[in-house]
Design a binder for this molecule. Structure first.
Ligand code: UDP
Length: 409
C-alpha cells in the first residue's frame, strides 16, 4: 500500500504533519538524491525504504541510488567501518586501492541528478569528487560512531568528508574537528511500517510457533546482523548465566546485508556457541521479514542490543516503540535511547546484561513501566516525521548559508 504523509496524523498529530507540508512548500524546488551502499539490510536501507516514498508524497523530487561494489571493495569498506568505530583492524594499502578503484567506477557510472546529494556513510563518500565538476550541495550523512576512530582509517576518510558542504552525525559526541559545518540529526523509525505497526496477538503467536518458541515461557531477543560489534556471543554468554537462575528462551534473529562480508563467519561462530541448546533459536531471516521481526519483538519479554559499538541502533528504537524494556550496551546511540533505569538498562558486560535480565524477568511491573517510558521516548524523539522535518530544515539552511535567521513567511 502506498505511504501517505496524512496517515501519520493518527500517530503524531495534525500539527506535526502540517508543519512538514509547510516546510516542503518552501523547499520543493530543490531535488534530493540519496546515495548509499545497499538497498537491503542494515539501518540506512531501513530508513531510506520508508523516507524516500514519504518525501515523494510531500511533493519532493527524491531519488535513492546504490553504488556498486565487489568483494574487494566490501572487504575494504567493512574493515574501514570497523576501524572507524575504533576496532583494531588492519587497513592495508590494497584495501584503500580497492576503495579508490570502485569509487572511480561508480563516479563514471552513476548519474548525479539531485540539487542536494545526501551521501550515507563511508562506502560512497568518494562520490563527492563530482562536486568540483557539478557544484550542487553535498551532505555526508555519517551513521556510525566516529568519535574514537583508528587514526589511519580517519585520515583516509577525512579528505573526502571535508569536501562536503556539511556533515551530519547521529549524536553530538560523534562530531569531529573538521573543516565543514556539522549537524546532529538522530535516525528514526516508521511507526506505520510492517516492522513497527501494531499486530494482532494471534499473528505474534503464529510467528513464535513457526520458530518453535514457546509463548508461555519468557523470551529474550536480539535482532541484529551477525556482526561481532553486535556481540551475539556476549548475548549467549549472558543467556547461559541467566539460565542458571531462571527459565527463559533466547532468540538471535538476523539476516544478511549485501555490503557486509563477515556475516556468514559470525553466524557459524554463533551456531557453534549455541551448540545443542534447544532453547537458543538462531534465526537467519531473509530480507523483508519485517512482519516476522515485528512479531518476534512483540512476543519477547526483554530485548537485548548488547553492541560493543553502535552508531544508533534502530533495533533499540523498534523494541522501545513496542513497549519492550531494552538491555543495551552502553555505547554510541544506544545511550540516547536506553535511559538507564527509565527505558531499560545500560550494561558493560555479559554479567551486567545477565544481572539486569534477571531483575526484569522477576518484575513484571518494572518491565511494564520501562516499556511505557520507552514508547513515549521514541514517540517524542525518534519517529520518521521528526527526521523528515530535520532534513527539510537542513535543505533550507543550505539555501541560506550566511543567514542566522531564516524567514519562513
Ligand atoms: N534488521 C532486519 N533483519 C535482520 C536484522 C536486522 O530487518 O535480520 C533490521 C532491524 O530491524 C533494523 C535494521 O535492520 O531496522 C538494523 O539497524 P541498526 O541501526 O540496528 O543496525 P545496523 O545493521 O545498521 O548496524
Amino acid at each position: 500500500m502506498p505511504v501517505r504523509i496524512g496517515d501519520y496524523e493518527a500517530v503524531v498529530g495534525k500539527e506535526t504533519v502540517d508543519e512538514l507540508w509547510l516546510l516542503a512548500d518552501r523547499i520543493r524546488h530543490r531535488s534530493l538524491q540519496n546515495i548509499n551502499s545497499t538497498a537491503v539490510g542494515g539501518g540506512v536501507a531501513e530508513i531510506l525504504t520508508r523516507m524516500v516514498p514519504l518525501l515523494r508524497d510531500l511533493g519532493m523530487t527524491t531519488w535513492w541510488d546504490v553504488i556498486k561494489g565487489d568483494d574487494a571493495f566490501y572487504n575494504a569498506t567493512k574493515a574501514l567501518h570497523n576501524a572507524l568505530h575504533g576496532k583494531d583492524e588492519e587497513i592495508t594499502e590494497a584495501m584503500l586501492e580497492a576503495f579508490r578503484e570502485r569509487t572511480a567506477a561508480n563516479l563514471a557510472e552513476m548519474e548525479i541528478k539531485g540539487d542536494v546529494i545526501l551521501v550515507h556513510d563511508p562506502q560512497p563518500a568518494g562520490m563527492v569528487a563530482k562536486k568540483r565538476e557539478l557544484g550542487k550541495h553535498w551532505l555526508w550523512r555519517c551513521h556510525i560512531d566516529v568519535s574514537s576512530p583508528q587514526p589511519r582509517a580517519w585520515e583516509f576518510l577525512r579528505p573526502y568528508a571535508e569536501q562536503y558542504d556539511a556533515a551530519i552525525f547521529s549524536m553530538a559526541s560523534f562530531a569531529r574537528q573538521m573543516a565543514v559545518t556539522q549537524y546532529v540529526v538522530p535516525p528514526s523509525i516508521d511507526p506505520l511500517s510492517d516492522k513497527n505497526c501494531d499486530l494482532p496477538r494471534a499473528e505474534v503467536e503464529a510467528v513464535l510457533e513457526k520458530y518453535h518458541i514457546d509463548p508461555e515461557r519468557p523470551v529474550l531477543t536480539q535482532v541484529s546482523r551477525f556482526d561481532r560489534l553486535k556481540d551475539p556471543l556476549g548475548v549467549i554468554a549472558a543467556y547461559q548465566m541467566i539460565r542458571r537462575r531462571a527459565d527463559c528462551q533466547l532468540v538471535l534473529a538476523g539476516g544478511d546485508a549485501a555490503d557486509d562480508p563477515e556475516g556468514a563467519e559470525v553466524l557459524t561462530e554463533v551456531r557453534e556457541q549455541a551448540a545443542d541448546d534447544s532453547d537458543i533459536h538462531v534465526l537467519l531471516l531473509p530480507p523483508f521479514s519485517d512482519r516476522e521481526i515485528n512479531a518476534l519483538v512483540r512476543g519477547s519479554t526483554v530485548v537485548f542490543q548488547k553492541s560493543l559499538k553502535e552508531g544508533f541502533g534502530l533495533t533499540v528504537t523498534e523494541a522501545l516503540w513496542k513497549g519492550k524494556p531494552v538491555i543495551g550496551g552502553a555505547v554510541g546511540g544506544i545511550k540516547l535511547q536506553v535511559l538507564n533505569g527509565v527505558t531499560g538498562f545500560l550494561v558493560h558486560s555479559p554479567e551486567g546484561a545477565a544481572h539486569r535480565a534477571l531483575e526484569l524477568l522477576s518484575d513484571a511491573e518494572l518491565r511494564c513501566r520501562l516499556g511505557e517510558n520507552g514508547h513515549l521516548h521514541v514517540k517524542q524523539n525518534f519517529l520518521l516525521t521528526r527526521h523528515l522535518k530535520d532534513y527539510l530544515l537542513l535543505m533550507m539552511a543550505l539555501e541560506h548559508p550566511s543567514e542566522d535567521i531564516v524567514q519562513m513567511f
